[in-house]
Design a binder for this molecule. Structure first.
Ligand SMILES: *[C@@H]1O[C@H](CO)[C@@H](O)[C@H](O)[C@H]1NC(C)=O
Ligand SMILES: *[C@@H]1O[C@H](CO)[C@@H](O)[C@H](O)[C@H]1NC(C)=O
Ligand SMILES: *[C@@H]1O[C@H](CO)[C@@H](O)[C@H](O)[C@H]1NC(C)=O
Ligand SMILES: *[C@@H]1O[C@H](CO)[C@@H](O)[C@H](O)[C@H]1NC(C)=O
Ligand SMILES: *[C@@H]1O[C@H](CO)[C@@H](O)[C@H](O)[C@H]1NC(C)=O
Ligand SMILES: *[C@@H]1O[C@H](CO)[C@@H](O)[C@H](O)[C@H]1NC(C)=O
Ligand SMILES: *[C@@H]1O[C@H](CO)[C@@H](O)[C@H](O)[C@H]1NC(C)=O
Length: 662
């Protein structure tokens, strides 16, 4: 039933113009990157000549988008010189799934450009623009990549428009690898740094906050590197790969060893379940995902099938080295529109190639799995397949936040988006395909489309402690969420965790046990954002009821706000995971709070006193203002810290003789 490696079935192989387009697109991207920052690189046979004319334009931090939350934020405005002022903006959390940034080209022009070159060939081996013009989150991706660049590689950092405001902790990493001024830059500075990783700086210069260009010129002769002959001979494919592509971490270490599969563990139920990884042109992310899979007991490589969207030689080369099976899915369009169509093809591919499988496991290329990943699926799959009211089981524990308390041996069921790393029934895949448009403009996300438009019926199983982390930072990343949620979620580190409540999952059992718990719970009323409102309680379970009209466009707002108050702004801004309008948040070991949406939930009868149901809209302006202040406090605190740090950059002004200007 399984396909041969490098599947050549007509229709799925990349043919003609698609492949060509893929390659043209790649070169277009590097051209654009260079164009933006005024970076000119001339390559002669034996040397590289780098010229940077980094012009100041369009300096503004974070676009003001309309949304639900109002938070204080740093905004940089350019008038005669440079101003740092405070403005209001609306938080973008919760809008992540509707964001459309690929289409907004102005946004991508800002940030920090990283260009990596092999000193011996002078070829570009990695490039990315990091959105460090935003204060939150994206600096973590800079850190991730910087760590994984090979020693000896030539790295160029160039700021485009405003890109130093959100460097945050990445600035310390720059110092650690040799930058003199990276740590002292004010927001909006223009900075160029060219250096050898693990070696010395070749050029570092900046203008601080005047509307001038920073100019730099550098001549870099081609390095005469000693060849790693042993590696060339014994590990030729990997050697060639690492000459061409960077940011691969330990994969390019001389003594890299592929992880040994743990063949003692074999979960029979997973043998008939195809495991699909959806990939693109990010081999560095894919390598990390594959590594975590190979280390996770129970991984069966013969079940793995990578579907590459577009023709990306670097991804194919990596999979060839690991001898993993893959197919190429031709892509059309760009951004989220392209993905929407791509995932449709992925679903069709599964139906056509694995028609007899009861379910498939799908995972994106930028997801790290827990050592418990396969053990988890081996336990939840039998229950998933038996229960018609379930369509998926996800490995993503969206409530596994540092501010909540989770049990690794517990699973729950609820309304869910599929998440990252999930098993879905073949019947659900077929159901989705019936209404999935094959064409037409759509910038929706496939997963939120499946969920919000009720394309598939049923609930999902999810773990309290996550079995995956979605670590990749791509098109739709939302900075604030990256550091409060996506990158800090708790993932199980042991393997073989026994799920103790799996038999509660079937619908009838779940309803019975939930009803029993609610009957035994204490009703609590009051201001959820009052200090310690949830946490200062005796062990036990409690019901907190909030107004939730199913017909309102804003029907989850009360849950979001109360949820934020319960777990200090790390709530996910969605109702994901609730079952019949009931969401459990464990705010302290032993203290379970059941958030009950009234009248949406059929358990609404538990909230006996109608006049005490919490409703933000009914509060006085003053109370509303206080709550906004509370839920935005952690962001404000970060923003203030960044501001204060930035305002302290006097040293560099004096050093560069710009003190008078201020
Ligand atoms: C996405 O971008 C397109 C084209 O610019 C626009 O028509 C559409 O309204 C945008 N969608 C959202 C949700 O912003
Ligand atoms: C790179 O160099 C640093 C400092 O010399 C060293 O600590 C690190 O292990 C090296 N990394 C690799 C991958 O060789
Ligand atoms: C690659 O994998 C296939 C099975 O998928 C196996 O038959 C073949 O021997 C493997 N090749 C190498 C070089 O390991
Ligand atoms: C929603 O339904 C409730 C009662 O069923 C009604 O009072 C309210 O006006 C409705 N709201 C909207 C926005 O339709
Ligand atoms: C409350 O429950 C937690 C978790 O079960 C337990 O560790 C703690 O000792 C309990 N506290 C009291 C006072 O019983
Ligand atoms: C509901 O709460 C209000 C306000 O505290 C109180 O006056 C009223 O007596 C309560 N009603 C019931 C039925 O408990
Ligand atoms: C509360 O705010 C709304 C709009 O934000 C305003 O129309 C209303 O007058 C305010 N009420 C009071 C009592 O200030």
């Amino acid at each position: 039933m399984y396909l041969d490696r490098r599947n050549k079935i007509e229709g799925w192989r990349c043919r003609g113009t698609h492949c060509l387009l893929g390659k043209m697109w790649l070169s277009l991207v590097s051209f654009l990157i260079l164009g933006i920052v005024g970076l000119h690189i001339n390559k002669t046979q034996n040397a590289l000549s780098v010229e940077v004319a980094n012009s100041v334009f369009g300096i503004q931090l974070e676009s003001a988008q309309s949304g639900h939350r109002i938070l204080e934020e740093v905004r940089l405005m350019r008038r005669n010189g440079f101003d740092i002022s405070r403005g209001w903006y609306s938080d973008q959390r919760g809008k992540g799934s509707h964001q459309n940034e690929s289409l907004d080209s102005s946004k991508q022009k800002e940030g920090l450009v990283m260009l990596v070159k092999n000193p011996a060939t002078l070829q570009t081996t990695f490039s990315k623009v990091f959105r460090t013009n935003e204060l939150f989150g994206f600096y973590m991706d800079v850190q991730w990549h910087l760590r994984r660049i090979q020693n000896g590689s030539l790295i160029l950092f160039v700021v485009s428009a405003s890109g130093t405001a959100g460097l945050r902790d990445a600035a310390s990493d720059f110092s650690a690898v040799g930058s003199l001024i990276g740590h002292h830059l004010p927001a909006g500075a223009h900075w160029v740094w060219v250096f050898v990783k693990g070696g010395r700086t070749l050029l570092e210069t900046a203008v601080l906050d005047k509307p001038n260009s920073v100019l730099g010129h550098l001549h870099i002769p081609k390095a005469q590197l000693e060849q790693n002959t042993a590696l060339e001979i014994f590990d030729e494919k990997r050697f060639k790969f690492c000459r061409k592509y960077d940011s691969m971490g330990e994969f390019c270490d001389f003594d890299y060893q592929r992880p040994l599969l743990n063949s003692d563990k074999r979960y029979e139920i997973l043998t008939g379940i195809p495991f699909i990884i959806t990939a693109g042109n990010r081999p560095d992310y894919l390598f990390e995902s594959l590594t975590s899979l190979m280390k996770s007991p129970g991984f069966q490589p013969q079940n793995l099938h990578v579907l590459i969207g577009g023709d990306w030689p670097q991804t194919e080369d990596l999979l060839d080295i690991f001898n993993f099976t893959y197919s190429i899915i031709p892509i059309r369009g760009e951004g989220n529109f392209m993905r929407f169509l791509y995932y449709r093809q992925v679903f069709s591919f599964i139906v056509e190639n694995f028609p007899l499988a009861p379910a498939a496991i799908l995972m994106d290329e930028d997801v790290r799995v827990s050592p418990d990943f396969f053990s988890y699926f081996a336990q939840v799959l039998p229950v998933l397949l038996e229960d018609d009211s379930l369509f998926c089981a996800t490995a993503f524990g969206h409530l596994a936040m540092p501010t909540l308390f989770s049990h690794k041996d517990k699973v729950r069921r609820g309304d869910m988006q599929v998440g990252w790393g999930y098993a879905i029934k073949l019947t659900a895949i077929k159901e989705a395909l019936l209404s999935w448009p094959a064409d037409g403009k759509s910038d929706r996300f496939y997963d939120s489309w499946l969920y919000y438009e009720h394309i598939v019926q049923g609930e999902c199983i999810f773990p309290e402690v996550s079995r995956v982390i979605h670590f990749g930072i791509g098109l739709n990343a939302v900075g604030t969420r990256l550091e409060t949620y996506d990158l800090v979620i708790d993932m199980e580190t042991e393997s073989g965790v026994h799920l103790t409540n799996i038999m509660d999952i079937p619908l009838q059992n779940w309803k019975l046990s939930l009803k029993k718990i609610l009957e035994d719970s204490t009703l609590i009323y009051g201001d959820p954002c009052e200090k310690n409102f949830f946490t200062e309680r005796k062990n036990g379970s409690y019901i907190f009821s909030y107004r939730c009209e199913s017909n309102s466009t804003d029907f989850t707002k009360n849950l979001m706000l109360a949820g934020d108050c319960a777990c200090k702004l790390s709530f996910v801004s969605t109702e994901f995971g609730w079952h019949d309008g009931v969401t459990l948040l464990r705010v302290k070991p032993g203290v379970d709070i059941y958030f009950l949406g009234v009248p949406h939930s059929s358990y609404s009868y538990f909230a006996v006193n109608e006049s005490l149901i919490w409703d933000f809209e009914k509060l006085s302006n003053e109370s509303q203002y206080k709550i906004w202040g509370y839920v935005s406090f952690p962001y404000q605190r970060s923003a203030w810290k960044v501001m204060t740090d930035l305002e302290r950059q006097e040293f560099l002004r004096a050093f560069l003789g710009e003190g008078k200007e201020m």
